[in-house]
Design a protein around this ligand. Structure first.
Ligand SMILES: Cc1cc2nc3c(=O)[nH]c(=O)nc-3n(C[C@H](O)[C@H](O)[C@H](O)COP(=O)(O)OP(=O)(O)OC[C@H]3O[C@@H](n4cnc5c(N)ncnc54)[C@H](O)[C@@H]3O)c2cc1C
Length: 456
């Protein structure tokens, strides 16, 4: 016989969205439990502590967006044990590497070249163009970012650079990025870059159960017994939690795999949004180096026609200091379909090819293989292989405009979905995920008020 635990609200997933929702609901005095399939809080915020003397971020590293940023507020309030030095603001991109030409160039110099300038102007214009300029968002003919750039007359030389800068950051290829969601986002977000990890602070004091993978959620119109519970969450091993409502924050790719199973199934708007929206993959490779061989002002390069579209020093601020002692760590990042192809290679080959790329970028006739000759360790994090995430983040999707708010609607009056893919502003960021957690918590709280549910 299964042991049944009864709470006010069960939150599924202990990432940014789930922890935010749980904090907010706990602040109302509700009994909240967070059920997390993995072994720790943070979800996609994940650090490795084995390769270097400092933690290396395997997921997010940058804080995007300075306005109304819940994460920035959390950081400003102070995170225990987090050195202030890691909160630095850096212009991005810093360098470009034109792979075909074998040229490494400061971004501010390259940006003055007419074709690179046209690329930036065309992207910036996207925030000003009326969506009506293009075909209906629902239509299969919705233009992709690649088609838009080609229509702006971008040279083939900068098309791959645009792919490395914009699409790789979105977590997809340009041919897979829908224009309407990009335009929508351009009108809603501004960007800044800062480094952080605040999830442990967010989870402090909450009742989080790790290794608790929710397999099924039953929503009952009449409730179970006298305890007022309207949802029942079950694990494969027979554990059961009943709650008056639940907030589900598992990644889009997990929902797409049918996990958890919803009984009755989610209503058509949500089921449709889950089908429509896309989540791409991403892969990071981090190499540990015994010496410096890059210019003193280098911290990042966007690389066209190269194995990895972007490489950066991490943690940049610390490693850029003239007195920084070895080791040094450089991250390579690839997303979208390219990440899937890279992910099929043996990890040692991935590291070898990244080192060859760094040799091409920074080598000289005196020192042709600076990276290959000074590497003494590496790691690869392939997000497609993460057992509870199965991908990186959702990306602006062709024909999916409007699907995100639909995904965040309430289902059956007691199931509330949140998580980065629900954010109408599109950006798949930590603070976007936090905002969806806040919204879901507000809806959940209001549904629990006596006037909303007379039977409770
Ligand atoms: C490589 C990479 C780089 C990124 N870079 C940035 C960046 O620089 N800046 C930025 O702001 N964002 C970045 N992001 C995106 C950011 O990490 C996400 O938008 C955000 O962390 C998502 O939070 P979430 O709460 O929606 O989902 P998650 O963090 O994925 O949380 C969902 C949780 O649900 C759990 N779960 C899954 N299935 C179940 C189940 N059946 N039962 C119980 N629990 C379950 C998962 O284990 C997970 O902990 C990056 C992401 C990746 C992968």
């Amino acid at each position: 016989m299964a042991v049944v635990e009864i709470v006010d609200v069960a939150v599924v997933g202990a990432g940014a969205a789930g922890l935010t929702a749980a904090r907010s609901l706990s602040a109302h005095g509700l009994r909240v439990v967070v059920l997390e399939a993995g072994s720790k809080v943070g979800g996609r915020v994940l650090a490795d502590k084995s390769l270097a003397p400092w933690p290396l971020e395997l997921g997010p590293e940058f804080l995007h967006g300075e306005h109304h940023n819940a994460l920035l507020r959390l950081v400003a309030d102070g995170i225990e044990g987090k050195p202030e030095a890691s909160l630095v603001e850096l212009e991005w991109p810093n360098y470009y590497f034109f792979g075909k030409e074998g040229v490494l160039m400061l971004a501010e110099e390259a940006d003055e070249q007419p074709d690179v300038a046209l690329m930036h102007e065309s992207f910036e214009k996207l925030g000003e163009i009326s969506p009506a300029t293009f075909s209906a968002p629902e239509a299969e003919e919705e233009p992709t970012l690649l088609q838009y750039f080609a229509s702006c007359g971008l040279s083939s030389r900068v098309l791959d650079l645009a792919d490395a800068i914009f699409a790789n950051d979105y977590g997809a290829d340009m041919s897979d990025v829908g224009l309407h969601e990009v335009m929508h986002e351009q009108r809603h977000w501004t960007y800044g870059e800062k480094y952080l990890d605040a999830m442990e602070s967010l989870g402090r004091g909450l009742d989080v159960r790790t290794a608790w993978r929710v397999q099924r959620i039953d929503a009952s119109p009449t409730g179970w017994g006298a305890d007022g519970a309207a949802v029942e969450l079950s694990a494969a091993d027979g554990r059961v939690v009943r709650a008056r409502a639940c907030v589900v924050t598992v990644p889009l790719s997990v929902l797409q795999r049918g996990e958890p199973e919803f009984r009755p199934p989610l209503p058509p708007p949500q089921a449709g949004a889950i089908r429509k929206l896309k989540m791409g993959s991403a892969l990071k490779v981090i190499v540990r180096l015994r010496r410096r061989f890059w210019p003193a002002d280098f911290y990042d390069a966007v690389c066209s026609d190269s194995f990895l579209p972007e490489v950066w020093l991490s943690p940049a601020a610390e490693l850029m200091r003239p007195d920084a002692a070895p080791p040094y760590t450089i991250v390579g990042f690839v997303a979208g379909a390219r990440a899937e192809r890279v992910g099929r290679l043996p990890h040692a080959d991935i590291a070898r090819r990244m080192l060859a790329q760094l040799d091409g970028m920074f080598g000289s006739s005196d020192d042709p293989h600076p990276a290959s000759s000074s590497c003494d360790g590496f790691l690869v994090k392939d997000w497609a292989a993460h057992p509870h995430v199965h991908g990186a983040y959702s990306h602006p999707t062709r024909g999916a405009h409007g699907a995100r708010p639909a995904l965040g609607e309430a289902a059956h009056g007691c199931v509330f979905l949140a998580g980065e893919a629900c954010h109408a502003g599109v950006n798949p960021c930590i603070h976007g995920a936090m905002e969806t957690g806040e919204q879901a918590a507000a809806r959940c709280w209001s549904s629990l008020q006596p006037q909303s549910r007379s039977r409770l």
